[in-house]
Design a protein around this ligand. Structure first.
Ligand SMILES: [Zn+2]
Length: 468
């Protein structure tokens, strides 16, 4: 393929070659820390059922299903005469040049071998550079596989600290990720693949604000565009007006806070970085999750709406904070207006409201009772006893449930569990409430945590029934 590039054909003809079948709004996957990624087996990714976008759109499937994206892909997707994409839970891109190839993001360790063989079938020239859009494991998983002795591994300089941060909290991230994504904890901790990712994959070419280079006839501009993480970057190819934006854009409200835990993500960073990309006038937008968006008009419409949705939630939160409103009220009240409704299949507005609120102010809410090292839950047993025992509490929970307030019912059951942790009636009611919430859920991360709660409660219930 190399050396036979007719640029005149690229921007027009190249675009029409792109498979747009899956470009409708669909799931954008959660961000995994590197620890979770190491357990993903090729078997999982090549399951016979394959990836089912229709089921995923509803969000009512196990989160692990999303890892099967691209499992049936038989050949790399041609974006234009020089850009190719292997589809996965995280995509891998390859730019072919006369002086070696550039790989942009490398997906998960379990997917990387397939991506490599799909892309090598297009061109197996030397890998000049690997550019990592940020340090999450669904982007770094194949670096060790792709890297050759002379390969530059390019990242924004904040990635070094970001990888260290993930390593520092590895123990907790393993637990949180296994809960959120439904993986077996033992498979995570025993994974030998961990040695080939993360901090052992430190980039060897770092930049601060931007890095420009030309390879063959292709020009690359690498720009710092912090958003989901502070090391995030965008690769811009001016010749084709192509922007590889990593996780700067999803077809869902973003996770300005993720339930598995993260440092604060700054809403205003997303906005500034989106503006920076829009100002380039992209004709091809290549996110690392999901399908490309083509045409400046489409890109501008989608990214502007996405940016404005983030701005709206940010501004409403700030106004509420300055009015002295509490975080729970704002979580309940702030909703996207119809014109900015980008969907909540992945991120959820209410979590982002709290992420913004506590990102700015931290955990103290101004109530003196919350200065002390005593959880409100410590008095649950007293309250349950005052109510006359768990049976009374279950009955009130049932009342809330019949009125459609599952969350209040769940809170009451939390109190009953604190008082009588092994009471099968309490556990059975918890299971019933969590299952109802799960059935109603259209959000992937919410579904993941509900699945986790259901599994835990089932185990406890089984145990308690054995004791009886
Ligand atoms: Zn990602």
């Amino acid at each position: 393929m190399k050396g036979q590039i007719n640029r005149q054909l690229i921007t027009i003809k190249g675009l029409s070659m792109i498979n747009l079948k899956n470009s409708t709004r669909r799931f954008m996957p959660p961000i995994l820390s590197l620890t979770i990624l190491l357990s993903l087996s090729a078997t999982t990714l090549n399951a016979d059922e394959g990836y089912n976008p229709e089921a995923l759109k509803s969000g009512r499937v196990d989160p692990s299903m999303h890892l099967q994206q691209g499992s049936t892909q038989a050949q790399a997707q041609k974006i234009n005469e020089v850009i190719y994409k292997a589809t996965g839970f995280g995509n891998t891109f390859m730019v072919v040049t006369d002086e070696g190839n550039v790989i942009i993001d490398t997906s998960l360790p379990g997917m990387a071998p397939k991506h490599k063989s799909l892309l090598n079938a297009v061109d197996d020239g030397p890998v000049h550079s690997i550019i990592i859009t940020h340090g999450h494991g669904d982007h770094t998983g194949g670096v060790a596989l792709w890297r050759e002795p002379q390969t530059k591994v390019i990242a924004q300089e904040n990635m070094v600290e970001f990888l260290r941060y993930q390593k520092r909290l590895k123990g907790l991230f393993i637990q949180r990720n296994s809960a959120q994504f439904g993986f077996d904890l033992t498979s995570l901790t025993s994974s030998s693949a961990s040695e080939s990712a993360g901090v052992n994959m430190l980039p060897n070419t770092l930049f601060d604000k931007s890095l420009n280079f030309t390879l063959g006839n292709e020009k690359f501009e690498v720009l710092h565009t912090p958003a989901e993480t502070y090391d995030a970057l965008t690769v811009w190819m001016p010749e084709y007006k192509a922007a590889f934006v990593g996780d700067l854009f999803y077809r869902s409200f973003p996770n300005i806070y993720t339930l598995r835990g993260t440092k604060p993500r700054w809403a205003l960073d997303y906005i500034a970085s989106i503006d920076r990309v829009l100002a380039l006038g992209p004709e091809i937008l290549l996110p690392s999750h999901g399908e490309p968006i083509l045409g400046n008009e489409n890109i501008t419409a989608e990214m502007t709406r996405y940016r404005d949705a983030i701005q709206y939630v940010h501004d409403k939160t700030v106004v509420g904070m300055n009015e002295g409103r509490d975080v729970y009220s704002l979580m309940r009240e702030i909703k996207l207006p119809a014109a900015l409704d980008v969907g909540e299949a992945y991120g959820w507005v209410s979590w982002s409201v709290r992420g913004i609120y506590e990102g700015y102010m931290g955990w103290f809410d101004g109530d003196p009772v919350n200065m002390y090292a005593e959880s409100p839950r410590s008095i649950y047993p007293d309250l349950v006893s005052l109510a006359g025992g768990a049976k009374q509490v279950i009955s009130l929970a049932e009342q809330h449930l019949s009125e459609g307030d599952s969350v209040k019912a769940l809170l009451l059951i939390e109190a009953a569990m604190a008082a009588e942790p092994n009471n099968p009636a309490v556990l059975a009611k918890r299971l019933e409430i969590l299952t109802a919430l799960r059935q109603a859920s259209a959000n992937l991360n919410e579904s993941g945590w509900l699945n986790h709660g259901i599994k835990q409660t089932e185990q406890k219930l089984k145990k308690s029934q054995k004791v009886l």
